[in-house]
Design a protein around this ligand. Structure first.
Ligand SMILES: C[S@@+](CC[C@H](N)C(=O)[O-])C[C@H]1O[C@@H](n2cnc3c(N)ncnc32)[C@H](O)[C@@H]1O
Length: 398
């Protein structure tokens, strides 16, 4: 039987995430199909994201009360985590314990007593910072070493507004940079309204290219084309390249609905391009360590060796982007990741090999976490963490 209650739906989504699914996709699917009122849908979202964003801390709080958590049925373990979340967020005992005991009774009646006892016994417990932030130790320590501290990661656990980029005049609350707004209603058919959901930190990567009307721009690793939409809206002639034709097809459809012209070409960008432009944007694939707010489960799946492996691919793609930049032209490299390897490390390795490129300084209106060979943006106030690098090709014979 398919669950229909908010708690049942949250549990079902979390069990799917446990099997390898992606929370955002699963939630969208489940909530689109559900007839629940908006308030209940918001509660499902709150539960799923709340638990995933604090998973390490919740397990730490449950630990003294469970002898062998690994041997519990998954459903019971996630019910305990959900109940612990509501305890952590200060929900009254009468409102938080019995609903979760009922969920346990419906699935594993013999363990409902344990759920009841554990949820009533929870006590405050001082957690080490990396546990409190629910980060894997390897990443938490790498961030401390590189940024000097890790408190910025608190931002991943804060709820964020839904940011949209507007391609028509709108009467919405402005976001942190021009063109970005905050959507406060229920989900809509955004492209019909001339809007595109997009984090301002992602929009800023496209803005850094400073596209001019009539200018040719290459949008490399353009995916569905979120950044291409902005570039086209400034009157640039945009060609968007990606490996994934399915994403590009979806992008072409949205571009049409937004009334924007983008040309899509499918290519593996580890191979050189057959064309050049004065403005080139490379929004490279990355580990996504700046997007833990929207993709909270990602942090538990990444491995310590991933940033280095990703940086190797990013450097290959940057070679292609460099070859496609005309002399005097601008190349912007961006990733939604906060690791040293994928940001500063890629920049350093690239500049060592390419004396014909010079670093270009720029001012960043978003909250800067670190500026050192490019700029890292802090994942605060709803922003995704990002890294940007702006380069100019000064002399191709250097
Ligand atoms: C960060 S996403 C791009 C998001 C997109 N620029 C946007 O703003 O919507 C990275 C993209 O790189 C693409 N990609 C990964 N490896 C690639 C390769 N070898 N050649 C071309 N594209 C690649 C992926 O398909 C994905 O769409």
């Amino acid at each position: 039987m398919r669950p229909t209650t908010p708690r049942g739906l949250a549990l079902a989504v979390l069990l799917e995430v446990d099997r390898g699914g992606r929370a955002q996709l699963l939630l969208d699917r489940v909530l689109d199909r559900s007839d629940l009122p908006e308030r209940d849908k918001a509660y499902v979202t709150h539960l799923v994201y709340g638990v995933l964003r604090r998973l390490r801390l919740l397990d730490f709080l449950l630990e003294p009360h469970l002898r062998a958590p690994d041997r519990l049925p998954k459903e019971v373990l996630w019910i305990l985590r959900l109940g612990a979340l509501e305890w952590l967020l200060g929900k009254e005992d009468h409102a938080r314990v019995s609903p979760w005991v009922e969920e346990a009774k419906a699935r594993h009646p013999a363990l409902s007593g344990l759920v009841n006892a554990v949820l009533r016994r929870l006590k405050p417990r001082e957690a080490p910072e990396c546990v409190r932030l629910s980060l894997p130790d390897w990443l938490c320590q790498a961030w401390r070493g590189f940024f000097g501290e890790v408190s910025f990661a608190e931002g991943f656990n804060e709820p964020a507004p839904l940011f949209v980029t507007a391609y028509r005049p709108v009467d919405l609350r402005p976001g942190p940079i021009p063109g970005s707004y905050i959507w406060e209603g229920p989900k809509e058919d955004f492209s019909r309204l001339g809007l595109q959901p997009q984090n301002p930190a992602s929009l800023f990567a496209a803005k850094l290219l400073e596209p001019k009307p009539g200018e040719r721009v290459l949008d490399l690793c353009g995916g569905a084309g979120l950044k291409a939409f902005y570039l086209a809206s400034r009157g640039a002639e945009v060609v968007s390249y990606d490996l994934n034709p399915r994403r590009q097809k979806a992008g072409a459809k949205t571009a049409r609905r937004l009334g924007l012209k983008v040309t899509y070409r499918t290519q593996d960008l580890r191979e050189p391009l057959k064309e050049k432009a004065k403005k080139v944007l490379l929004d490279a694939p990355c580990t996504g360590t700046g997007t833990f707010r929207a993709h909270p489960e990602l942090r538990y799946r990444l491995k310590p060796e991933d940033p280095k492996a990703m940086a190797r691919l990013q450097l290959e793609l940057l070679e292609t982007a460099a070859g496609a930049t005309e002399e005097g032209g601008v190349l912007v490299y961006a990733v939604c990741s906060l690791t040293e390897e994928e940001g500063k490390g890629v920049a350093r390795a690239f500049l060592e090999r390419h004396p014909e490129f010079r670093l270009e300084a720029f001012s960043c209106p978003l909250s800067v976490l670190k500026a050192d060979l490019g700029v890292y943006v802090a994942p605060r106030e709803g922003l995704d963490g990002f890294y940007y690098l702006r380069l100019r090709k000064v002399d191709s014979k250097a």
